[in-house]
Each structure stands twice: as structure tokens, then as C-alpha cells.
Design a binder for this molecule. Structure first.
Ligand code: PNS
Length: 166
């Protein structure tokens, strides 16, 4: 199976909401693979309710990646390996920021590997300027009235302001 099946790659996540760090990862992945499917999970992850529903999160990503021709965005609510199989992808890519991401990703990797050993997970080290940027940090900042305008796409920053104004 040398070299087979790696034209489409999955970039999965909660994207609640998408940050400039996510977009940097997606853009870098899009330069390497022919087709990138960004998978937005529509289930609570680690029992956390999301701030934005899956359709909102998908729309933010759609808008932010509209100039990346080989990137599509899709919501999924299945196992990640099933989502990858559905797209004929044998590779999934996740961004890795600080060491704090490692333990969780290592566990996920082992579960995914057990579910489907044919599907590999690749990890892309985040660009230094995004090493400490997270969706939860951005939400906390916005909740307390901080301006997240430099950290997320403009539409997301506007929606964060609106959501937390209530
Ligand atoms: O952005 P996140 O929160 O790190 O993304 C987590 C995500 C969506 C990649 C992960 O929760 C996931 O894959 N969920 C789907 C269910 C699944 O397949 N879990 C892993 C094996 S049990």
C-alpha cells in the first residue's frame, strides 16, 4: 500500500470557536495535501458544552477558509476514524501547541489506533506565535470583556462580543 490513500487528510476538532492558530495549521496542511476536510465535531468533547453550535462553528470555518481552494468543512458526529474512512482518508492531522496538548493527544492517538490501525495521526507543531492560543483562552478573554480581535477571525470576534454581552 505504498503511498496509497493520502491525498485527502482530515483536520478534526471542536473549533469552539476557530482561532488564528487553527487557521495557520489548516493552511499549512493544505499546502501539503491535495484535499483537506476540516471536521467539526457535533458532540460534547470531554463533557464540555460548546459556546457555539456545530452549524455556527462550521460557518465560521467556512468563511475563514473560503480562499483556501482545497479545504472543505464538514460537521460529523461519529467516531473520527469513521469520518476519515467516509472520506477515504488514511491520515488525520492535529496541531500540537505546548507540552500540555501532548498527553491528551497521545491518549486519543492510542484509542484511534486501536479503532483503526490503518489510519495514521500526524501532528504539526504550532507556529511559535500561536503556541499558547486556545479556544478556551479566547472565550475567557471575551467573557471578561477583553478584545480577541487579533486572535480569531473578525466575524468570530464580533460573535463572541455578542454572545457575552447578554
Ligand atoms: O479540538 P479538540 O477538542 O481537541 O477535538 C477533539 C476531537 C474532535 C478530535 C475528538 O474529540 C474526536 O475525535 N471526537 C470524535 C469521537 C472519537 O472518535 N474520539 C476518539 C476515539 S474514542
Amino acid at each position: 500500500m505504498k503511498g496509497a490513500g493520502n491525498e485527502t487528510v482530515i483536520c478534526p476538532g471542536s473549533y469552539d470557536p476557530v482561532t488564528n492558530g487553527h487557521l495557520d495549521t489548516i493552511a499549512r496542511v493544505a499546502r501539503i495535501f491535495k484535499h483537506v476536510v476540516v471536521g467539526v465535531v457535533d458532540r460534547p468533547v470531554r463533557k464540555q458544552q460548546t459556546l457555539f453550535n456545530a452549524e455556527e462553528r462550521r460557518e465560521f470555518l467556512e468563511e475563514a477558509t473560503k480562499d483556501m481552494e482545497n479545504v472543505t468543512v464538514e460537521v460529523f458526529d461519529t467516531l473520527l476514524v469513521e469520518f476519515a474512512r467516509k472520506h477515504g482518508a488514511t491520515v488525520m492531522v492535529k496541531g500540537l501547541r505546548a507540552i500540555s496538548d501532548f498527553e491528551y493527544e497521545f491518549e486519543m492517538n492510542q484509542l484511534n489506533r486501536k479503532l483503526d490501525p490503518e489510519i495514521e495521526s500526524f501532528y504539526l507543531m504550532s507556529s511559535p506565535k500561536y503556541s499558547f492560543l486556545s479556544s478556551s483562552g479566547v472565550k475567557e478573554m471575551a467573557e471578561f470583556g477583553g478584545d480577541a480581535g487579533d486572535l480569531v477571525p473578525k466575524r468570530v470576534a464580533d460573535m463572541l462580543k455578542e454572545r457575552y454581552r447578554r
